[in-house]
Structures are given as C-alpha cells and as structure tokens.
Ligand binder design. Structure first.
Ligand code: ARG
Length: 281
C-alpha cells in the first residue's frame, strides 16, 4: 500500500530516539519512516541533537499518531505534498488540546483499524463510519459528523435510486461501508468492483466501465465536480455517522479525545473547521 512521507525530519527521528516516554512515542519510533511530522518541516536540516531534544519536550504530552487515508476530500486529501482536510484539522485541534504533537500516517483505508489494533497508530480519523462490526475491534469517540452513502451515476443513466442497484455493476472504495453494504446485494446479482481509491471508482464510472459508484456524500460532491457528465442521486443509500476510532480498551485516550471534542464543539472550532471545507447549501 502506498504510504506518503511528507516531512520526516531529523527532529522527529531524534525525538523518537531520545524520548523514553510510553506508548505513543514507541509507536512513532517503529513507524517513523512512514509517518509525517506535520508541523516540523522547518526543522528538516541542520537540527542539532540539542535542538531536537528541546523540540521533543515542547509537546509535553508526546506524539499523537493519526492513521488516515488521504483520498477522501474534503475530510482528508493531498494538497501538493501536504495532507489537509476536516479530519486533519480536527486531529490537530485535538492534539493542541492535549498538548501533544500530531503525526499523520497515510495508509490504505482498510489498514486503519489493523493499525490501531496493533498499536502502531493512536487514533483513526478518516471519515470512519461507526458500525457494530467495527466496534468489535476498536472503540469510537462521540460522533462528530453526520454522513450518508450516495449513489453516483452518469448524467444519462436510467438508475434512479438505491432500490435499483440489484444486478448492476457498482464501484466502491475497498473496505468502506459502501463496499460492505453494496456487497450485501451480491446475492441479488450485483457485481461489486472494489478500488483502492474512491476517485478511481468515479473515473471507471465516467469511462463507462461500471454503472454506479456508492460513496460518502461529501467526497461524492467533490469528485462529481471534478469530472464531467456525472450526477448524484437524491436518495441516500444509507445514513451514517463519523467518529474517531482508538484501540479497544484505550479509555484513557478516548476520554481525552471526547473531552477535547466537547471543548472544540462548544467553542465553535468544529463548526469553523467544517465551514472552511464545506459550504452550506
Ligand atoms: N465512511 C466510510 C467508511 O467508514 C468511508 C470512509 C473512507 N475514508 C477514507 N478516508 N477513505 O467506511
């Protein structure tokens, strides 16, 4: 799976080897070549050991490693060599509340939960829908967004709604709720084409290789605005909610995340972040 290295700095490497605090920083040591020291690009060269040591102690709470899949605008996507979006800014704000330094690990969507289970990442923010099945493997924070699976078709398609997906070819992003729920229709003759990136599914649709794409509403809007000749059907396939996932049983971190989310909700930060990326209709 493709992992992006944004800015692995000397400082991050030094910090990882110099600090001896618990869980999260060990995680970082192991994953350092694949992770992002989001706010440390300026320290890329010429950092001395002493400076690195100092910067590592600035974030008193240590590192908070976020696992995501930056193929999901406006929640997480690439802007040049940076990873940006609603989830990234929420994670940054949470890290700020906790006095921790955020690192972003950009991995395949279906690797996020395993990465949390193995302890390589601390929290997953990736427009992750809360489902009972996922709750067997991870714990979820309070929800922070309402979402839905939408159906994208070609403008001239006769497909009019969720009831008509039986027997057609539907593209989804591998491991997403779109994949999970459309796969339930395989018994009714639906063919599911699974792509690593949602955008690849939308491209296949525009090339006429598949009949529809089922994907979350906000990325659907973004992708449809980027490719001509597509439309989003009015009726949603499912209604869902996004939350932050942590390793099962990590109530200490979960409580801190929920407290931070509460603060950010009450002081208006959450709304501000969303408004930066989603214009109200
Ligand atoms: N909400 C859907 C799910 O939880 C899709 C999320 C995909 N996110 C991503 N960053 N690619 O399965």
């Amino acid at each position: 799976m493709k992992k992006r290295v944004l800015a692995v700095t000397m400082a991050a490497l030094m910090a990882a080897s110099l600090t001896a605090c618990g869980g999260a920083s060990n995680v970082t040591t192991a994953a350092v070549s694949d992770t992002v020291a989001a706010d440390k690009t300026e320290a890329a060269d010429g950092t001395t050991g002493a400076e690195a040591d100092k910067s590592s102690t600035e974030a008193t709470g240590g590192k908070l490693v976020m696992a995501t899949n930056a193929e999901f605008p406006p929640y997480e996507f690439h802007d040049g060599d940076k990873i940006v979006g609603i989830d990234v800014e929420i994670a940054q704000a949470i890290a700020g509340e906790l006095g921790m330094e955020l690192e972003i690990e950009d991995i395949a969507f279906d690797s996020i939960i395993p990465e949390l289970v193995s302890g390589k990442a601390d929290m997953g923010l990736a427009g992750i829908t809360v489902t009972d099945e996922r709750k067997q493997n991870v714990d979820f924070s309070d929800t922070y967004a309402a979402a839905s699976q939408k159906i994208i078709v070609k403008e001239d398609s006769k497909l009019a709604g969720p009831d008509e997906l039986a027997g057609v070819i539907v593209g989804v992003q591998l491991g997403t709720t779109g994949d999970i729920y459309v796969s339930d229709l395989e018994a009714e003759g639906t063919t599911v084409e699974r792509y690593n990136k949602g955008f690849e599914a939308v491209q296949a649709l525009s090339q006429g290789k598949i009949d529809a794409v089922v994907i979350d509403g906000e990325p659907a809007k973004t992708f449809v605005s980027q490719i001509e000749g597509l439309k989003i059907l009015e009726e949603s396939f499912t209604d869902e909610e996004y939350a932050i996932a942590v390793k099962k049983g990590n109530t200490e971190l979960l409580d801190k995340i929920n407290a931070a989310l509460k603060t950010l909700r009450e002081n208006g930060t959450l709304d501000e972040i969303v408004a930066k990326y989603i214009t109200a209709e």
